[in-house]
Design a protein around this ligand. Structure first.
Ligand code: G3P
Length: 220
C-alpha cells in the first residue's frame, strides 16, 4: 500500500488545534482511499493527536539518549508514552551526525518504534541503509518547499537511492520527498521505485487541505 507521510513541520496551519484538525483529515483520507497515511506533528502535539486518530503518529526528531540528565532532548521512551509509533531522523531541517543517527535508530528499535532516516543524495541514502532503518527518505534540500517535485526535477536521485538502498539492505523501504504536491508527482515517485512520499507544504499550505490530499491520492 502506498505510504504518504505528512510532515507538519512548524507551520501555523499544522500546530496545536490545527494539527489535530489536519490529522483527522488525514485519517479520513486513509480510510476513504487505499493509502497508508502517517502524520508527523510537533512533539507537543503528539499526545492529543494519537488519542484522537488511529493512523500512525510519528515524531519529527528523536535523540538517541535514554533516561537521565539530558535536558532538552527527545527520548524514544517519551515518544512512545505519548502515543507515537515512529520518528523521522536526520531531517534536512534537523540534521544529525552519523553516530547520532545510529543511536536514534537503536533507541527507537529497542522500543518497537519505526524509523525513517532522511537523506539528501544517493551516497547518503546508501550510508543510511547500512544502519537498517525501516525507511530511507531521500529529499534534495534545494527542492524542499519549492513546489518543484523531486520525482520530476531529479528522478535520478530517487532511482539511484532505490538501487543503492536495495543493494545494501533489501528490507529497507524507500520514500522520496521535496516539492511533492499533486497526484502526478506521487505517481512519478512510485514509478521510480519508491514506496511512497514524505511531503509538507503542498498540502499544509493549500487553501483546502482535504482537497489537496484528495488530489494527491486520486491522481496517482
Ligand atoms: O519532510 C518533508 C519535506 O521536507 C518536504 O517538504 O514542503 O517540499 O513537501 P515540502
Amino acid at each position: 500500500m502506498t505510504l504518504i507521510v505528512l510532515n507538519f513541520k512548524t507551520y501555523r496551519e499544522s500546530t496545536g488545534e490545527e494539527a489535530l484538525r489536519l490529522a483527522k483529515i488525514c485519517e479520513d483520507i486513509s480510510k476513504d482511499y487505499s493509502v497508508q497515511m502517517v502524520v508527523v506533528p510537533q512533539v507537543a502535539d503528539i499526545h492529543a493527536i494519537s488519542m484522537a486518530v488511529k493512523i500512525p503518529v510519528y515524531a519529527q526528531h528523536v535523540d538517541g539518549v535514554g533516561y537521565g540528565g539530558f535536558t532538552g532532548h527527545v527520548t524514544a521512551a517519551s515518544l512512545k508514552a505519548a502515543g507515537a509509533s515512529g520518528s523521522l531522523i536526520n531531517h534536512s531541517e534537523r540534521r544529525l551526525k552519523l553516530a547520532e543517527i545510529e543511536a536514534s535508530i537503536l533507541a527507537c528499535r529497542s522500543l518497537g518504534l519505526k524509523t525513517i532516516v532522511c537523506t539528501n543524495n544517493v551516497a547518503t541514502s546508501r550510508a543510511a541503509a547500512a544502519l537498517q532503518p525501516d525507511f530511507v527518505a531521500v529529499e534534495p534540500p534545494e527542492l524542499i518547499g519549492s513546489g518543484i517535485p523531486v520525482s520530476k526535477a531529479d528522478p535520478e536521485v530517487v532511482r539511484g537511492s532505490v538501487a543503492a538502498v536495495k543493494d545494501i539492505a533489501p528490507g529497507v523501504g524507500v520514500l522520496c520527498g521535496a516539492g511533492i504536491t499533486h497526484g502526478e508527482d506521487l505517481r512519478a515517485a512510485l514509478e521510480l521505485g519508491s514506496e511512497g512520499v514524505l511531503l509538507a507544504s503542498g498540502i499544509i499550505k493549500a487553501k483546502n487541505q482535504r482537497k489537496a490530499l484528495e488530489d494527491l491520492v486520486t491522481g496517482a
